[in-house]
Design a protein around this ligand. Structure first.
Ligand code: ADP
Ligand code: MG
Length: 210
């Protein structure tokens, strides 16, 4: 049996909680290689999503993801707002009209989100951005799905790969965004957007486990 819109709802609620809990850490990551606002930006966006989610009594997973997209685009600002906003919007489009989300739907959500972020930001893997968390997550999810794993296992594989991807941004030189102005001085610092992606994808898995 697949996941339902209740999973999407729980994912968003848990995302808001986890982003709030990690707001200071995300901002601290953005200080040495950015402008020290990533945690604030993300927290502003997800804090704004929660009451809107409550007023959306009925709604498919696609409706919920679209609500997140629109709210992030209008409230987050910075680079991350339009990037994540586009990601959630494309994710919503990938599962439009689906009442039940199976493994293929979950892979489609992740792949569409990643592709949307790439479309918008043009980052390649290895350029020290959130794409360095998203792309291994998509690959791990696709692999888990191909191996016949459950929806929960697919999301757990994606989350673990995103976490490893975020850590793996530390030795990289940044080629996109504010961190790219620093050249080699970005080495040794984890990319804040890759870290927030890892948090959001762990929330997706935890929401499926609940
Ligand atoms: P800003 O850089 O405008 O202050 P944030 O601090 O909220 O915005 O977000 C910074 C994060 O955005 C970076 O850590 C990186 O992951 C991500 N980012 C920046 N530019 C790009 C891009 N072109 N493609 C993908 N991700 C990007
Ligand atoms: Mg910033």
């Amino acid at each position: 049996m697949g996941l339902t819109s209740e999973w999407a709802r729980a994912w968003v609620a848990l995302s808001a909680k986890v982003i709030a809990e990690n707001r200071v850490e995300l901002t601290a990551l953005d200080r040495p290689i950015g402008d020290g606002d990533h945690g604030e930006n993300m927290n502003r966006g997800f804090t704004a999503v929660v009451p809107k989610l409550d007023s959306l009594a009925e709604g498919s997973a696609a409706d919920i993801l679209k609500l997140v997209a629109m709210t992030l685009i209008s409230t987050v600002g910075g680079a991350a707002g339009p990037l994540y906003g586009t990601g959630y919007l494309k994710a919503a489009g990938a599962v439009a009209g689906q009442d039940e989300l199976d493994g293929a739907s979950l892979v489609a959500i992740l792949a569409a989100a990643r592709d949307g972020i790439v479309l918008r930001g043009k980052a390649l893997v290895g350029e020290k951005t959130m794409i360095d968390a998203w792309t291994p997550a998509v690959d791990a999810a696709a692999e888990a799905h191909a191996a016949g794993k459950s929806e929960l296992e697919i999301l757990q594989a994606a989350a673990s790969a995103a976490e490893a991807g975020a850590v793996a941004t530390e030795p990289l030189i940044a080629r996109k965004g504010r961190a790219s102005y620093l050249g080699e001085r970005a080495i040794g610092h984890r990319d804040p957007g890759a870290q927030s992606t890892a948090l959001l994808l762990r929330a997706a898995a935890d929401a499926a486990a609940a």
